[in-house]
Design a protein around this ligand. Sequence first.
Ligand code: SF4
Length: 253
Amino acid sequence: MARDADGFPVTRSAGGVRRGAAGSRELAVLDERISGCRACPRLVAWREEVAEVKRASFRDEEYWGRPVPGLGPADARIAVVGLAPAAHGGNRTGRVFTGDRSGDWIFAALWRAGLANQPTSVHRDDGLQLTDVRVCAAVRCAPPANAPTPQERDTCSPWLARELALLPRLRVVLVLGGFGWTALWPVLAEAGVPLPRPRPAFGHGVEVPLTGPNGPLTLLGSYHVSQQNTFTGVLTEPMLDAVLTRATELASS
Ligand code: SF4
């Protein structure tokens, strides 16, 4: 696999994503391959343009400008799946949900739930450590207007499928928002998980009991931690805490 100037292995097509994901035997390899992915031309152009132009308040920082891999240990029993990195959040810092308001919400909630060692997530070297949870996204590149196309979602899905497959103790997938909810069904189908018909509609607190490759697996829905939801009160801290408490209960049951 050819490498780019920073040493990351380059993936240039949907087929390359499928092969690269399938051939990743551990999370570190998967993370590296995700970081070098260039399979979606529109998203590659956008993430790199944002990294070049920058927001004025971050003009002295070097943006990551790449796909953003997941964060958290391989023995995690809970996976939290978001939509995609923010242009000046994950696309800037190189760590999922790090450096934006959404991250402030999710990492503070993970800390309150005992799943993170600190309530803040500011940059990649800030000492944040997660326990029993892996945080990732359905699409790994920052999209214009926070809106990936269905084709981009599908192209990126093997990365997520492989990431979940590399969590052998996984018991709960907590999905933030309807986009991730829709994205997850084909990922689960690819993992051989029998799916209910019709598919349960997304909603906050919705639970779908499934049988995963390693036993019981529960899909859990939560409104996304987007500013649109948190500023307007659609999602409150008690609501997010309740769903994370439920996730930890399910993971321990
Ligand atoms: S969105 Fe996913 S598949 Fe597309 S370029 Fe980014 S990492 Fe690759």
